[in-house]
Write a protein that binds this ligand. Sequence first.
Ligand code: UT7
Length: 335
Amino acid sequence: MDKINAAITGVNGWVPEYKLTNDELATMVDTSDEWIMQRIGIKERRILKGKERGSSYMGAKAVEGLLKKTGTSPEEVDLIIATGVTPDMLFPANANIIADLVGIKNAWGYDINAACSGFIFTLQTAVQYVESGKYKKVIVVGMDKMSSITDYTDRTTCPLFGDGAAAVLLEPTSEDVGIIDHIFGVDGSGRHYLHQKAGGSAKPASHKTIDAREHFIYQEGQAVFKFAVTKMADVSVEMMKKHNLTSDELDWLVPHQANMRIIEATARRMGLQREKVMINIEKYGNTTTATIPLCLWEWEDQLKKGDKLILAAFGGGFTWGSMYLKWAYDGAGRK
Ligand code: UT7
């Protein structure tokens, strides 16, 4: 029997309309467009407005569009795995909420939290199900409403993050396309440098935690930067070596969008020209688990069957990794 490969057969993104520009941020904290562009490379980020509208709202929009554009009926979906650090609630999982919102009734699902590496970790989890032969249509959706945990009085973190969602459909194929390999890692000692201090079981919400602003993102930027810049490049270069991939043979790098300087350093280490790197950080900022699939969505019509892609991420935890895959279809038409 032919080996079953798991391939992405469709991708769809969704971002809110509201654009929070650097100029607007400069009215909220002591910062400037010049500083943010130079140090981070973000011009604007999207913000989800609307009372009691959580990240599942964006995830459902992304999944709804994905089902439509791939001609998949919700009843056909076997499994939906969601990822994000800003689920609507601590429980139930966003996967359940989205399934309900879009009419997925014959599936099961759950959430994975691996911070900014969430999308690739979740994609690899989904790959196992498809390669087992038992699952035919699996959805992976990354979504984050980072504005819900961003402290807009802290100039060291508020320019970085934005809201967005994107989803992919994963299906089996016997062709020589699909996800080929992954190299992942975690280092829990890094948790001290990037986290949300309160709201979990160690420090439940209280007046004290709210007064201390402990429900917002806490980040020691320089420590995270150093680790990110090394790890993302290390695993991507390791992946190239493992598969004897030269920078000429590799078609695309799809990096997590945390900081333009981290993306550029990773591409440099891999010997890649700027034209082969998907970068949309300027428009959306860091949407955590949505950055990589949002890139795939935006570049979908330029992708060709057989294109060789490396996806690379780094995030809180610390978590990091790279994935190597061969794209499964031509252009935005899919299949
Ligand atoms: O996706 C999850 C992983 N996260 C990341 O990968 C983020 C990694 N870290 C970074 O991207 C960078 O560390 C930051 C963008 C967060 C900060 O950039 P930096 O070059 O590391 O700046 P810094 O923290 O060393 O700060 C340099 C200066 C400081 O002023 P002094 O102490 O030199 O007077 C800061 O107070 O820049 C100041 N500063 C700002 N100035 C204007 C910090 N934030 C701002 C700001 N506007 N928004």
